[in-house]
Design a protein around this ligand. Sequence first.
Ligand SMILES: [Ca+2]
Ligand SMILES: [Ca+2]
Ligand SMILES: [Ca+2]
Ligand SMILES: [Ca+2]
Length: 481
Amino acid sequence: MNRNNIWIHIGIAVVLITMAAVLGQIGRWRMALHDRSDAVQKRVETIKAEQIASNAAPEVLVRFKPGVSLARIKSIATANNDSLADEIESVSGLAVIDDLDNADAQSVADQYAAMSDTVAYAEVNYRIKLDDPIQKDEIKDGLYRETTAEMPNDPLFGDQWALNNLGQDGGTQRADIDALKAWTKTKGSDEVVVAVLDSGVDFTHVDLKENMWTRPANVPAYTDDELGTFNDINGYNGTDKIADPMDDNGHGTHCAGIIGAEGDNGEGITGINQKVKIMPLKFLGRGGMGTTEDAIEAINYAIDRKKNGVNVRIISASWGSTSKSKALEDTIRAAGDAGILFIAAAGNDGSNNDSRPHYPSNYDLPNVISVAALDRNDRLAGFSNFGVKTVHIAAPGKDILSTWLNGAYREASGTSMATPYVSGVAALIIAAEPKISMEKLRERLLSTTDKIDSLDGKVATGGRICAANAIAGKVLNHLQH
Ligand SMILES: [Ca+2]
Ligand SMILES: [Ca+2]
Ligand SMILES: [Ca+2]
Ligand SMILES: [Ca+2]
C-alpha cells in the first residue's frame, strides 16, 4: 500500500463519518420539526375548541307552520327552556332558537321537528367555513404589459388576464371575458348595488373606497325587532351590529375588487365594473367562520334594504359546504322574490355537484347561478367543482389578482374568485339596462356564454361568462379575431 492509497482511505473515512454526523443531525431536525408541528396542531385544535365553546351561536333554525303566531313561538321556546333569538322577517315562520340547557344541537332540532302540528322543519345551525385552495406565487413573464389608449390606466391591468388575455404568463389569448369590448357600451354605474356576502370588505382600500355603497341619508338605519338597531352606514356586520363591516380576513375584499375596484384611476387594478356600488354583508369572521344563521340574517338584511329603496340586485356568495339547509334555501328564494339574483360558488373539491351536492350553489331556485372556475387557458381548474345539471357557468378563477387588506393586491384562486366575475358582469348588464328583470338577467348571463370544449358535459351551458356577449345580448364571433 503506497502513501496515496492511505490518504484515499483516510479521505473516505472522513467523508463517511461526516455523512453519518449530518444524517444524525437531519434526523434530530426532523424530530424537532415534527414536535413543533405537533405543538402547532395542538394549539390550533385548542383554539378551535375554544372558539366553538365560546361562540354562543343559537343551535337551531325552525320554520313554524303558517298561522303559528310569534307569541305562540315564544311560548313554545320558553316551555323548552329555549329562547327565540330571532325571527327572520323575509321568511314567514322562520325562527332562530337558542337552547339554554347546553343540549346537543341535533337533539334540539329533533325535539322541534317532532312538533309536527306546529313545525314544518327544524335543522341544526351549521357552521360555514371558507375553503379556497392555497395560492402558490407564480413568476410573471413580464410579457404584454404595454397598454393602449383603449385600456384603463390602472397599472396592474396587464396582470388581469381574466379581463383581457393576451397570452401573458403562459395563458391563451382571448381566454378572457372580453372586458374591453363590453366597456365600449358601459363601464358600470354607481346606481347598481352588488352585495358581497362574505368576510366584510376593506371599504377604506384606495382602489375600492369610491365604489363602496353607503347608506343614503333617506334610508333609515336597519332595525330588527329582536336584534335591535345596526350601524349600517357602510353595510351590514352580522358578527357585531355596532361595528362597521371591515374585513379582517381578506377574502371579501378580494371578491369586491373583482366586481368593482375603481377603474381608470391610475391605481392598482380595475373591477369588471369600473364604477359600481359594493355593499358588504359581513357574516364570516377573521378565520373565515360563520353559521347558516349568520348568512340568513345577512340576506334578510339585503332584502330589507331593497324594500327600502336601495337598488341591490345581486348577492355574490363565494362560499359553501355540503350541508343542506332548508332555512337558507327559503331565504335565498325570498331574495329572488324581491328581485335579487344570487350567484354562488360551485365549490373547490374538484368533485361533481350532481352526485355530491354543494350548497348554496345547488339550491334549485330561479334566482341561483352556480359558478365553476377556469384557468388562464380556458381549462376547468383542477380544484373546481362541476356538474352538467347543477353547475351553470364557468368564469376565470385561478391566479386572479385583486384587492387585499391594508391597501394591498394579491392573487388568489378558487370558485370564490370566479363567482364575482359573474356577479360583476350581471351588474354591468344592469348598468346598461337598468330595468332588466331578475329572470331576464339570469337568462342573459346563461344564454350568452362563449362555448368552451373543456366545459362540455361539465357545466350546463358548456360555456364561460363573456361580458361582451352579455352586454350585446348575443354571442359575438369575437373569438375568431
Ligand atoms: Ca332546551
Ligand atoms: Ca328579526
Ligand atoms: Ca344555546
Ligand atoms: Ca384602479
